[in-house]
Design a protein around this ligand. Structure first.
Ligand code: SF4
Length: 271
């Protein structure tokens, strides 16, 4: 199996969550967490990552999974340019900040490249006030904001994808999920296209769920298993899974251009 470079790799490390927001794209939660086997099978086939994004569920409920990922990246010397994690802010974790410190030091550039985002919008706030944990939540925000890794808040001013519990919202607030099309190229040392011996580059975004399924970043837990189940890293290489989808193999320059275009279109689609 040859290794690949992935422009943006999203790992859904857990399906656990302590909230039950009415707009949640994941829908019904369960206790699935990414196993050591899935983490190793994924990272063993990776030569480098542009952005490594950690999602959930609520990642602070499965910090041992984050520890495993970070220690494995460091142990295997996998180059990454940027690391991001999104949490719901209801749990303050000093250990999380220590792990961000660790991965930021490993990335090693002068600027901060380990970023912490907190979901904050009316749906999260409704849930937080229902649980009567506003005071703790605000205290947590205060503490997280003081960290140099705090990047900002993620809100939902845009429309939501019609996945999970979001299918119950007013239709005007949602749009159907548009799967993000993966692209592949092969680049040799001279930066030329070389399918035989080049490094496999995949973009713009590959998402892997707790059970090793290559899927869509914003899909519900149910749809990750069915509609958007493209294959499992425990059985096949990411490269073969993407190729089996019949995706286009592009020349390097076209790949970069198209990949940037697709990512931009994805984040702004109808939103
Ligand atoms: S939106 Fe996030 S915080 Fe809210 S229930 Fe879903 S996973 Fe949990």
């Amino acid at each position: 199996m040859r290794k690949c470079y992935i422009q943006n790799l999203a790992l859904i490390i857990t399906n656990k969550c302590n909230l039950n927001c009415s707009h949640c794209l994941r829908g019904e939660k369960n206790n699935d967490c990414m196993s050591d086997k899935v983490i190793e099978a994924t990272l063993n086939q990776i030569q480098g990552i542009g952005n490594l994004a950690i999602n959930g569920g609520e990642p602070t409920l499965s910090l041992d999974r984050l520890e495993k990922i970070i220690s494995y990246v460091i142990e295997k010397h996998i180059p990454i340019d940027e690391f991001t994690i999104t949490i719901n802010g209801t749990i303050y974790s000093k250990r999380l900040l220590e792990l961000l410190e660790e991965i930021n030091r490993y990335i090693g550039s002068k600027s901060v490249n380990a970023l912490l985002a907190i979901s904050l919008d009316k749906y999260h706030l409704d849930e937080i006030s229902k649980l009567k944990i506003q005071k703790e939540f605000l205290e947590n925000l205060q503490k997280y904001q003081e960290s140099k890794y705090f990047y900002g808040y993620r809100n939902t001013k845009q429309k939501l994808f019609r996945e999970g519990f979001a299918i119950n919202l007013d239709e005007k607030l949602t749009v159907p999920l548009r799967p993000i099309r993966p692209l592949i190229t092969y680049v040799d040392k001279n930066k030329k296209f070389n399918r035989e011996n080049g490094l496999c580059n995949i973009g713009p975004l590959v998402t892997i769920n707790p059970n090793g399924i290559v899927t869509e970043c914003d899909a519900s837990i149910k749809n990750q298993e069915n509609l958007y189940n493209y294959g499992n890293v425990l059985n096949n290489s990411i490269e073969d899974i993407i190729l089996a989808k019949g995706e286009l193999i592009l020349k390097p320059k076209k790949f970069e251009k198209e990949s940037n275009r697709l990512l931009k279109r994805y984040w702004t689609y109808n939103r």
